[in-house]
Design a binder for this molecule. Structure first.
Ligand SMILES: Cc1cc2nc3c(=O)[nH]c(=O)nc-3n(C[C@H](O)[C@H](O)[C@H](O)COP(=O)(O)OP(=O)(O)OC[C@H]3O[C@@H](n4cnc5c(N)ncnc54)[C@H](O)[C@@H]3O)c2cc1C
Length: 323
């Protein structure tokens, strides 16, 4: 239950999150006259504001930096009347019978919305090294598909032992001269098929029982990685220009636990060929419901779907009232 003393506002479409999914949903919802309100959360613009070059988003033939691209998306959403506000959804009370959904913002106000589009994204997990943070975007990346191209013909390292890490290592191996794969234990967590693929890729060298202790650089970009063998305690410096972290992502879904259907790792489950959740009028788009592709363009695509589905949902509700 929401606090009765709070300021209450009634709208037709609330969008939670301001990454490519949220802003694309906003562009479509605003153009359909749903007068959407976007709450940006703590990272206005989402994950792409934490990277430098984005080379694979259609429409930018010369590439674009993540922060500038997200400013463009925001401006496009605002051009059609989207109300973009800084604020964080702190509690939700979703109506299960197609009624009004209540979302508390910053613990101080309640927005009542006929439709809610959840675009809260996911957060990449990092090792937590100071040097990793220092060179993030300058040789350190959490996305091989996004940034591998920048290291074409070069030597790189990737850390991780699951299916995603194995897949990203083989992706990098097609572009890079050599890929060191750092596996903390003496075995992979990945499926047998993926391990087989890694072991059969000539330019991947797997270093078991190995952990990164420091990302080395020249103050501007990555020049290597210092690793330790956790059994022998031997230190070794690998000459690499790219360091990829593939130890998993955490979907931002704590708020919806026990309310929306999610898989065992917390990703929201949406219906087939749809962004509809298990609650009527509540839709989910972008990385928060996609642990497979996790790209800006796929997030934007599902953002579009959410807005179109929200519009259709509202129209169907209106038809019921009129009939
Ligand atoms: C370092 C890096 C580089 C990348 N490079 C590329 C690239 O080159 N090309 C590419 O296609 N993809 C790239 N990606 C992936 C891409 O950034 C994501 O796929 C994309 O941003 C997902 O968009 P999204 O809208 O689903 O979520 P996000 O971008 O994760 O945005 C989530 C939004 O939700 C908000 N939020 C979260 N919780 C709340 C809450 N409770 N209330 C209100 N708001 C909330 C956040 O503040 C944020 O605005 C990269 C990712 C990383 C980490």
């Amino acid at each position: 239950m929401m606090n009765k003393e709070q300021e209450i506002e009634r709208i037709s479409c609330l969008i939670i999150g301001s990454g490519p999914a949220g802003y694309t949903a906003a562009i479509y919802a605003a153009r359909a006259d749903l007068k959407p309100v976007v709450y940006t959360g703590m990272v206005p613009g989402g994950q792409l504001t934490q990277t430098t070059e984005v080379d694979n988003f259609p429409g930018y033939p010369k590439g674009i930096t993540g922060p500038v691209m997200m400013e463009d998306l925001r401006a496009q959403a605002e051009r059609f009347g989207t109300d973009v506000r800084f604020g964080y959804a702190t509690k939700v009370d979703f109506s299960t019978d197609g009624g009004i959904h209540k979302v508390e913002i910053d613990g101080v106000k309640t927005v009542e919305a006929e439709t809610v589009i959840i675009a809260t994204g996911a957060t990449a997990k990092w090792l937590g090294l100071d040097s990793e943070e220092k060179y993030n975007g300058f040789g350190v990346s959490a996305c091989a598909v996004c940034d591998g191209f920048f290291y074409k013909g070069q030597d790189v390292a990737i850390v991780g032992a699951g299916d995603t890490a194995a897949e990203e290592a083989t992706y990098l191996a097609k572009l890079c001269r050599k890929v060191y794969m750092l596996v903390r234990r003496d075995e992979f967590r990945a499926s047998k098929a993926m391990v087989h693929r890694v072991n059969n890729t000539a330019n991947i060298e797997v270093l078991y029982n190995t952990e990164a202790v420091e990302i080395l650089g020249d103050g501007q970009v990555v020049t290597g990685v210092r690793v330790i063998n956790n059994q022998t305690k031997n230190l070794q410096d690998l000459d690499v220009t790219g360091f990829f972290v593939a130890i998993g992502h955490k979907p931002n879904t704590e708020l919806f636990q026990g309310i929306l259907d999610m898989d065992e790792t917390g990703y929201l489950i949406t219906k087939a060929d749809s962004t509809a959740t298990n609650i009527p009028g509540v839709f989910a788009c972008g990385d928060v419901q996609d642990h497979v592709f996790r790209q800006a363009i796929t997030a934007a695509g599902t953002g579009c779907m959410s807005a179109l589905e929200a519009e259709r949902y509202l129209m169907a509700k209106e038809d019921v009232v009129l009939s």
